[in-house]
Design a protein around this ligand. Structure first.
Ligand code: NAP
Length: 228
């Protein structure tokens, strides 16, 4: 048991749900958000009602994120993990994709996570960590054309976090852009190489090992730095 607290934003299912469950297993106090009802989170709440809270927020709703920040007044987060993300039009290029799909990904995967970090950073403890789920596909250096539009939204996320890190260096927070590997979830699909159990415990280990190391890193689950 520990007195540490993590907030996982976008935890209704998939990797975010697994992160919340993993930190609960490790004795943390966990605040998990969903956009609507999540049966998985409700079941976790039944088992861990003393250490588990469910909040409702859509990361694209600035007022909703601000309201969440206000509800956290007086609280201290050791880790803020922003996991929410979407993948649309994965086979498409700008010539064939719908503009709406691209804009939705840029909003949900890039703009909104960094806005949420800005809105919530003052409840992250001194020496605390802000982690955002990016992807190996967000690397411009390694790009090979796969999932072109989604990859671009994760590259934009990485760039926005570069700016965030420069502007908020005085916070002294550990800032992590986390690439979890290709994992079998609704987004990753059944062909993905990793099970959730092969990714998420390593992600949580990596975050623990990064504690107290301020500044921004783009890293995979093994704590290996990725080329931007
Ligand atoms: N799976 C992979 O192989 C892989 C690889 C690299 C990176 N990632 C990244 O890992 C993260 C999780 O992916 P996943 O595979 O677990 O995908 P997933 O199974 O599709 O789950 C996505 C999660 O994001 C939430 N979400 C989406 N839009 C949201 C919004 N506007 N506000 C709040 N929450 C929102 C979803 O909530 P709802 O239930 O309400 O839709 C759900 O909890 C994403 O950022 C993804 O890009 C995944």
């Amino acid at each position: 048991m520990t007195d540490q607290t993590v907030l996982v934003v976008g935890a209704s299912r998939g990797l975010g749900f697994a992160l919340a469950a993993e930190w609960l297993d490790r004795g943390w106090h966990v605040i998990a958000t969903a956009r609507g009802r999540s049966d998985g989170l409700a079941a976790l709440a039944e088992r861990h009602d003393d250490r588990f809270e469910i909040e409702t927020v859509d990361i694209n709703d600035a007022d909703g994120v601000r309201a969440l920040r206000n509800r956290l007044d007086g609280r201290r987060l050791d880790v803020l993990f922003i996991n929410a993300g979407i993948a649309r039009a994965i086979e498409e290029s700008p010539a064939t994709a719908s503009e709406r799909d691209f804009l939705d990904m840029m909003l949900t995967n890039a703009f909104s996570p960094v806005r949420a970090a800005e809105m919530l950073r003052d409840v992250v403890s001194e020496g605390g960590t802000i982690a955002i789920m990016t992807s190996e596909l967000g690397s411009i250096a390694n790009a090979n054309g796969g999932w072109q539009l989604y990859s671009s939204s994760k590259a934009a996320l990485n760039m926005l976090m570069k700016g965030y890190a420069a502007k908020n260096a005085a916070d002294g927070h550990t800032l992590l852009l986390v690439a979890p590997g290709w994992v079998r979830t609704e987004m990753g699909g059944s062909e993905a190489t990793l099970s959730i159990e092969e990714s998420i415990p390593l992600v949580v280990d990596m975050i623990a090992a990064s504690r107290g190391k301020p500044g921004l890193r783009y890293v995979d689950r093994f704590d290996e730095e990725l080329p931007w």
